[in-house]
Design a protein around this ligand. Sequence first.
Ligand SMILES: *Cc1c(COP(=O)(O)O)cnc(C)c1O
Length: 497
Amino acid sequence: MTANIEKAEAVRTETLDPADWEGVRAAAHRIVDNAIDYTRDVRERPLWQDMPPEVRARFRSPVPQEGRPLGQVYDDLVTNMLPYPMGNIHPRFWMWYMGTSNFTGALGDFLAAVLGSNLGGGDHAAAEIDKQVVNWLKEMMGYPASASGTLVSGGSMANLIALIVARNRMSGIDLRDLGVGALKAPLRFYGSDQIHSCHQIAVEAMGLGNRALCRVASNAACRMDVAALRAAIARDKAEDLQPACVIATAGTVNTGAIDDLEAIADVCAAEGLWFHVDGCIGALLAIAPEGGALVRGIARADSIALDPHKWLHAPFEVGCALVRDAESHFGSFTLTPEYLKTAPRGIASGEWLHDFGLQTSRGFRALKVWMAIEEHGVAKFGRLIDQDLAHARYLAERISATPDLHICFPTAINIVCFRYDPGGLPEPVLKALNTEIMVKMQETGVAAVSDTTVHGRHCLRAAINNHRTTRADLDILIDEVARLGATLTGQIVLDCP
Ligand SMILES: *Cc1c(COP(=O)(O)O)cnc(C)c1O
């Protein structure tokens, strides 16, 4: 006995806690102070810059066996990471469709990590906050309190969660037990030809295969052709396929088009189909005083996928799946092994939040959303969405008024599709010219737009989902595209065969 105690005391215990808390305090204060300056001064720096070889090399070294002081670790990042961001917190970043983050959200992520909470479940304050954020998002969408939801990594996962519920519910069998092999007829999902790629991944992952996703033609405004949807459903029924779910997009990734939610809801009601809305871009329009009308009918959906890391500017990652019928949602994922039994009292007495999705351990991604909404109020987020819509209208007007710049598709929300076209150039040359303009602007760190091809036409695309953008930033974009277009035209024509 005595010998055992002596032996135990001889074993040196280690911990990740610092030996010198005051040293950590100094380093942490420096990190936070720099982070405030970094965010405040974002406009003064280039949006993006290429990494020199020595920076890339630094991140290709093998795992360090021994450590070094936190201050040194941070200095390394000051040199090698902070100057080389993706650029999406910059006021002139309009690529793809991202959010712009916010400092309060960053503090939220920090505090969440300090608590280290696991939102798989349990009875603790973080779990209440997680549930409250889901309830707020339900409220923002006009969903009833009885609806269900879960915070996930982003829109792709939110769509997958909702489509799994739709598949299980519409299958007419105990799909969880029997699997897709037992389906009486192949299930059919419908979306427009503008649907986001995550839906193909979803139907593939659900074991239904890519062909289960019928791409319905979009019209000139890039919205789903509802007559074509009805025809596709009728054709499938005649061929003994089983129509299951229509995926309407509220804000397509190419042009921001919003499918006719009311009309699609009517089709789903008439046909007895699940009505899902991919609202990763546009669902949050529902909170905007002006923009709200664009998504009228969204609350009729059986499920909605939305993305707080887009139009609420939460730091990545946070998405949300909402399901009107809580029973169907829970029923698709609940599974409680012995080691996860809830207790009548104590830490394990809370609801299992992992029963609403695919993860067991879940991060505390709710806090960054909760803190920013508490600080600013949801009305301000609504106004910021309207501000982006106004920016997009302004940009579209400026483009129309500028020689050699042309709008390619109607601007439905905050995505502006345009191109430089001085006239008389064939399509491949125009594409090469516009691509070069885009890349040059990125390389010089002036502005970031992306490009896409819609209905066979290549264009540049500015997605103004950015609470830091001002009209002056959009003026810089116009000037730069026009200037680069004029200088590059001759060059590109010569280079192109
Ligand atoms: C961004 C987006 C997604 C995917 O969301 P992630 O958060 O990137 O996973 C899905 N659908 C649409 C329409 C989107 O814009």
